[in-house]
Design a protein around this ligand. Structure first.
Ligand code: C2E
Ligand code: MG
Ligand code: MG
Ligand code: MG
Length: 273
């Protein structure tokens, strides 16, 4: 059973993204150090609710500056952590830090939910829901203040386990968002079987909606279908006013991107409500 479990996880690993073996070994060693010594940080990027005109939630994004290697992007660190298995400890750190920040905002009177990216490898680990609920309890925040962002590859490789774990999170009151929608394996048909409340439209699609009418129409259809299914739609990577205007016209619910705010340390986010 253990072997089967391992190969199931291995299918999800982005080995080709985890870099050359030498670099990977170095990153593994330095990541071990970072997890133990607290060289990891989170930045937070607001999501603007276009219906209320307010920021209702923020996405936590991993930041790592190593004393030997300098800044390591999540695009490099995460695939390595997935291949080495360190993603489980790293993911737990992210969850706990994000929940602690949500609590600090609550205490300051700001009712912001925090979104945490969860790797397919974490979804493949039985016990993810328990880990999440423990983090909520430790921080003393209600489940409605946590969103988990998963990618469709997560749900594809081991659909039954992913679905079961996502269901348990939703039953507990945590919302599940499907990240990077519109690229890779995504399809509206497949999505119907997944327990998600929200679609996050990938930046590559959002980048074209103010210049390519066909893409705008495609997104319009996706938004209508999503709404019919009772789903919320978030657009990510919004960089221009022309994109934001188009998103409003198309009925998109929430927008996120550099136009609204870059990801920043918690203390440097705009304090206006
Ligand atoms: P993602 O979850 O799709 O996050 C969006 C990425 O786009 C972030 O990059 C964000 O900084 C960037 N972004 C936001 N707005 C804009 C914009 O207007 N224009 C452009 N060009 N980019 C924008 P980042 O922080 O480098 O993270 C990259 C990916 O790494 C994330 O994609 C996510 O898949 C992963 N990641 C980040 N933090 C974590 C984490 O704590 N755990 C896990 N498992 N994955 C993480
Ligand atoms: Mg995300
Ligand atoms: Mg994304
Ligand atoms: Mg992405």
């Amino acid at each position: 059973a253990k072997r089967a479990g391992k190969s199931r996880v291995a299918r999800w690993l982005r080995v080709e993204e985890a870099g050359a073996p030498g670099r990977r070994a170095t990153l593994r060693r330095r990541l071990e150090h970072a997890i133990a010594h607290g060289d990891l940080h989170l930045h937070f990027q607001p999501k603007l609710d276009l219906r209320t005109g307010r920021v209702e939630s923020v996405e936590a994004l991993l930041r790592w500056t190593d004393e030997e290697l300098g800044v390591i992007s999540p695009g490099e660190a995460i695939p390595v952590a997935e291949v080495t298995g360190q993603i489980v400890a790293l993911g737990e750190w992210v969850l706990r830090a994000a929940c602690a920040q949500a609590r600090a905002w609550q205490d300051a009177g700001r009712d912001w939910a925090v979104a945490v990216n969860v790797s397919p490898v974490q979804l493949a680990e039985p016990g993810l829901p328990e880990q999440v609920l423990a983090a909520l309890e430790e921080a003393g925040i209600p489940p409605r203040l946590l969103q988990v962002e998963v990618t469709e590859t997560a749900a594809i490789a081991d659909l039954p386990l992913a679905i079961e774990q996502l269901h348990r999170l939703q039953e507990a009151g945590v919302s599940v968002h499907l990240d990077d929608f519109g690229v890779g394996y995504s399809s509206l048909g497949r999505m119907r079987s997944l327990p998600v409340s929200t679609l996050k439209i990938d930046q590559s699609i959002v980048s074209r909606i103010d210049s390519d009418e066909a893409d705008a129409q495609l997104l319009s259809g996706v938004i209508k279908a999503a709404h019919t299914m009772g789903l919320t739609v978030v657009a990510e990577g919004v960089e221009r006013t022309s994109q934001l205007d188009r998103l409003r016209e198309l009925g998109c619910d929430v927008a996120q991107g550099y136009l609204i705010s870059r990801p920043r340390p918690a203390g440097e986010l705009e304090t206006a409500p």
